[in-house]
Design a binder for this molecule. Structure first.
Ligand SMILES: [Fe+2]
Length: 312
């Protein structure tokens, strides 16, 4: 099924039933006119993952594209940036183009991002969207390297009622520094970096004011595994259940990268993960920008959410 945008010269085609659309014939290196921006925003809200094919962008153009959707986040650790503080270097290759060993912290971070998560949930107001640009991608015959997405709106809707009830009052601790619990080889943050990103908690069930307070799951498995009111062991066990649950194929789409793909996704309603590949054998270079969130995380006890659910 292909949806041609009349007279615009580009097409938006759904990738799967559960999420994703491919946009072909649109040069995102140029600023969008108002109609195009509105169309892309609508497609983002509907499909959650947009893949713009065949883009040729420098860092300035990537920032210019991204800021059409909101202000950009800066990254918590300065040494991950390339040129611009808003542009994150996601690669197993360093800035000089040298292939990094598997134990390099940059590569370890990527391995950690193989766990389901949503970006910058360690912030009080987490990210709206992340954008990745494929500069060097794995050859067709290589295994892994995809970015996996799981739809948290669909996952919540399909939960058994007893699990919906169990999750409803829960909050998770989100902490950037706690990545080191899972990956102890990552160097500690400086005192200044830690002070700038203290742990925060967010409801495990998130409601979405822009979707009539529809509910989704909202958790991460790549930082702290603490759930408020539970022992750490109980929190870990609940995370294990949630990870297995959201990994079911009916909620997921795995994006196989083509060179020059620009992929943007909705961190509010999706989890994502980097699928592991042979880090020693293959090079993979992506650039990332992150669009700041525009709303705090609201849980199911928020008054408007209760009213929308028919409760007082
Ligand atoms: Fe991520």
């Amino acid at each position: 099924m292909s949806v041609a945008e009349q007279d615009s010269g580009y097409t938006i085609t759904p990738l799967t039933e559960v999420m994703g659309a491919e946009i072909v014939g649109l040069d995102v290196g140029q600023p969008f006119d108002a109609d195009t921006l509105a169309t892309i925003r609508d497609a983002f809200q509907t499909h959650h993952v947009l893949c713009f094919r065949d883009q040729h962008l420098n860092d300035d153009q990537m920032v210019a594209f991204s800021t059409q959707f909101g202000p950009l986040e800066e990254f918590p650790e300065k040494d991950h940036t390339k040129g611009k503080i808003e542009v994150y270097h996601v690669a197993n290759v360093n800035q000089a183009g040298e292939h990094l060993p598997e134990e390099d912290p940059t590569v370890v971070y990527q391995r950690n991002n193989g766990r389901w998560h949503t970006d910058s949930s360690y912030r009080y107001i987490p990210s709206l969207s992340s954008i990745l640009y494929g500069i060097e991608v794995l050859p067709d015959e290589a295994e892994g390297g995809e970015t996996g997405f799981s739809n948290m709106l669909a996952a919540y809707a399909a939960l058994p009622d007893d699990m919906k009830a169990r999750l409803e009052p829960l909050h998770q601790v989100h902490s950037y520094a706690d990545i080191r619990r899972l990956e102890p080889s990552i160097p500690p943050m400086s005192v200044e970096e830690r002070d700038a990103f203290p742990p925060v908690t967010h409801p495990v069930i998130r409601v979405h004011p822009d979707r009539d307070y529809q509910r989704s799951l909202y958790f991460t498995s790549n930082t702290s595994l603490e759930i408020g009111g539970m022992t750490l062991q109980e929190g870990k066990e609940l995370h294990r259940w949630l990870v297995d649950y959201v990994s079911q194929p009916e909620f997921c789409y795995f994006h196989r990268w083509r060179k020059n793909d620009l992929v943007m996704w909705d961190n509010r309603v999706l989890l994502h993960r980097a699928i592991e590949y042979d880090f020693a054998r293959y090079r993979r270079v992506l650039r990332r920008t992150t669009i700041s969130g525009n709303t705090m995380i609201l849980g199911p006890f928020f008054p408007e959410a209760r009213a929308a659910a028919g409760r007082v």
